[in-house]
Design a protein around this ligand. Structure first.
Ligand code: NAD
Length: 255
């Protein structure tokens, strides 16, 4: 075992000790939780932000871009943000097991991939929505993901709307994901604030903590310990009682 493995193992033992001492914890995560499931994150070296593209992904997943360039929006969304073959990683699976054991009170995630639920977690707060919920922006009718991907149960538009999923009422079918310039769901925010402000132990993992207002939720923490597990430094590192700079999979395989 390398020195790094030993450090991670030792820090993980501390984390396990804190979980036992506190009785429960809340997990706050981001795209890095799903990179080991094969879904690229946004900001690390292999992330989507570093791909060659004329329009930065941040702009492509904005509300303005969705309205102005629906065809290009859906091209990007379908190709770069939806991974139907992805399976839960050891991190998703361990968090689901810890929930069953009464230790993980909730997972608050910025991810839209549904992998925590696929792993079996029940109490998942999706700050940025889910690729699995979709609705017509005109009449509100709900649609399956398949409608976005293939137009099944809907129809696909033409011209400026080529390949865009369209409802029978003529409205565009929009994924229920929070785009840049859009607000987060107030009830999800309120519940997250409640959980973060009451938990004695907050475990943060796989997030650059650069996306607001999600990252700002951490300021509501009033408990005893904060642990951050991330490959790269984050703006909240100095507030952490335990900092594990490494892969989530390496940490959660010790659980
Ligand atoms: P981010 O891309 O800004 O940051 C991800 C962080 O995770 C990076 O700091 C990286 O170093 C770290 N990381 C990557 N793999 C890791 C691993 N195996 N172990 C530990 N750390 C690891 O992601 P963010 O902070 O979640 O913000 C990006 C936004 O993009 C979010 O709003 C999210 O909704 C969206 N997004 C979601 C998905 C998804 O649903 N899977 C994927 C990409 C982007």
């Amino acid at each position: 075992m390398s020195d790094i493995d030993n450090v991670i193992k030792e820090k993980t033992l501390t984390l396990k000790k804190w979980i036992n001492e506190c009785g429960s914890f809340v997990f706050f995560g981001g795209a890095g939780v799903s990179t080991e499931s094969g879904i690229p994150d946004f900001r690390s070296a292999e992330g989507l932000y570093n791909e060659e593209s004329k329009v930065p992904p941040e702009k492509m997943v904005s509300h303005t871009f969705f309205k102005m360039h629906p065809k290009e929006f859906f091209d990007f969304y379908k190709n770069k943000m939806v991974y139907t073959d992805a399976k839960p990683s050891v991190t998703h699976m361990t968090l689901a097991r810890l929930e069953k054991e009464g230790k993980c009170k909730a997972v608050i995630t910025q991810n839209i991939d549904g992998l925590h639920q696929m792993a079996g977690s029940k109490n998942v707060l999706e700050l940025h929505g889910s690729i699995y919920r979709n609705y017509c922006i005109k009449c509100g009718r709900p649609y399956e993901l398949e409608a976005i991907l293939t137009g099944k149960g809907a129809r696909l538009g033409q011209g400026r709307f080529e390949g865009v999923p369209v409802c029978e009422c003529g409205g565009v079918i929009k994924p229920d994901v929070v785009l840049y310039e859009e607000s987060l769901d107030a009830s999800v925010i309120n519940e997250s604030v409640e959980l973060i402000s009451k938990t004695p132990l907050l475990i943060i993992g796989g997030t650059s903590l650069n996306v607001y207002p999600a990252a700002g939720l951490l300021n509501h923490f009033r408990g005893k310990y904060v642990a951050i597990i991330n490959k790269e430094p984050t703006p909240f590192d100095e507030k952490a009682d335990l900092l594990i700079q490494g892969a989530l999979g390496d940490v959660f395989s010790f659980f």
